[in-house]
Design a protein around this ligand. Structure first.
Ligand code: GDP
Ligand code: MN
Length: 383
């Protein structure tokens, strides 16, 4: 789960990482009131779950409450890379002497947290990694040994940070960021930019904070930060229904049981010239309720032109899945073509049930390849 900048900063503050004081506003009037309370120059920042807000015009300085109201009016409702701005964070403006970059994330290859630090912050970190890789200090942390203070010193020296007062502050922030990362079960904690003010104060001017969804059950306070309005509407529906769902950008909706089978179904669709619109993993189940939920999620995606069920019965029985599909189709009316490939335990019984009772838009295929070919063909016919 991705957090908004202001939520990430709340967590930063909880762990003692310095941030600026601010207020959240959802209307221009609230923005004005916030600017009045904070006093002086403020920065009005679009709160969206995507980066590059500055470049898109979603970050504006304002030197009066009037101005803050006007800037908030500009920014609220703005579309930033497909994300509509519904709130702004009004923060005391900082004077910036230098911009650094600091993050800790998971390196899945090494199976360890990875720190990255560079004094060339403020810009795209990918760009620094490409054009000036030596400027980017990278360090893995052994999760069992935990973070050691010398590691922060290594990062700071390797990145070439020389001012002792800055070093001291950055060392403390590195340690606290690791603490925040572990204690929150985060996948990513990023500060870009980590700024140095003319007075020599180091603080987090931005935050990117991603928490592992699988750990949210033990962080109810963070789970409550989820904005139900944010993100893809189908993904939201899927979450509400407890369906494993991933949105893609093609035209074939895919339902399978088990991640491995679903992954290979994506490959086979691609192989026969189609493109998956999304996929749902039914897991071990196949009961009517699960099938109805998954079909509801899949058909809510307007891009779907045809649906492919790919079921391999192990513990799941083919006849039960067939019953689930038929029951689901009785309960919901679906006009889209549906191709079903059933194999494994009781597959013959399942196929017979479908052949007998299925509506005309349901096609049964014996193999994964023929099912993929059929569904791609049916989707093309509808274009
Ligand atoms: P992003 O574009 O989504 O990464 O948003 P950031 O929060 O990182 O802001 C983008 C840029 O806006 C920063 O790199 C700063 O240069 C500038 N900025 C943000 N807050 C302030 C501020 O308080 N004062 C000043 N002078 N610039 C700011
Ligand atoms: Mn940033």
């Amino acid at each position: 789960m991705d957090l908004y900048e202001y939520q990430g900063k709340q967590l930063f503050a909880r762990f003692g990482i310095p941030v600026s004081e601010g207020r959240l506003a959802t209307t221009p009037e609230e923005a004005r009131a916030a600017a009045e309370e904070l006093g002086g120059q403020v920065v009005v920042k679009a709160q969206v779950l995507t980066g590059g807000r500055g470049k898109a015009g979603g970050i504006q300085l304002a030197d009066s409450p009037d101005n803050a109201e006007a800037r908030a009016r500009d920014i609220l409702g703005m579309d930033i890379r497909g994300h509509v701005v519904r709130s702004v964070w009004i923060e005391k403006a900082s004077d910036i002497e230098r911009e650094y970059y600091l993050s800790v994330t998971f390196d899945r290859g090494e199976k360890k947290p990875l720190f990255m630090f560079t004094t060339k912050g403020g810009v795209d970190i990918e760009e620094v990694a490409e054009t000036d890789p030596d400027a980017l200090a990278r360090l893995h942390i052994d999760p069992l040994a935990g973070f050691q203070p010398f590691q922060a010193r290594w990062l700071v020296f390797t990145a070439g940070l020389e001012d002792p007062d800055e070093q001291k502050q950055v060392l403390a922030i590195v340690a606290k960021l690791y603490e925040a990362f572990v204690a929150s079960d985060a996948m990513l904690c990023e500060i870009n930019p980590l700024v140095v003010t003319p007075a020599g104060e180091v603080k987090a001017l931005d935050s990117k904070f991603t928490v592992d969804d699988n750990a949210l059950y033990r962080h109810t306070d963070i789970a409550e930060m989820r904005d139900p309005e944010a993100g893809d509407p189908q993904e939201r529906l899927a979450r509400e229904k407890g369906v494993t769902y991933v949105k893609l950008d093609g035209e074939i909706g895919i339902l399978g049981n088990g991640a491995g089978l679903v992954m290979s179904t994506l490959d086979v669709i691609d192989q026969v010239g189609g493109r998956p619109a999304n996929f749902c993993d039914l897991g071990g189940g196949g009961d009517a309720e699960g099938v109805v939920d998954a079909l509801e999620v899949i058909t809510a995606d307007a891009q779907v032109e045809a649906i492919l069920f790919n079921i391999f019965g192990g513990i799941t029985r083919g006849d039960e899945v067939a019953r689930g599909i038929l029951e689901a189709l009785e309960r919901m009316s679906i006009d889209l073509p549906i191709v079903v490939r059933l194999d494994g335990t009781n597959a013959a019984e399942g196929r017979a049930m479908l052949a007998e009772a299925a509506p005309p838009n349901l096609y049964v295929e014996e193999t994964m390849l023929s099912a993929a070919e059929r569904v791609v063909e049916l989707a093309k016919e509808r274009r």
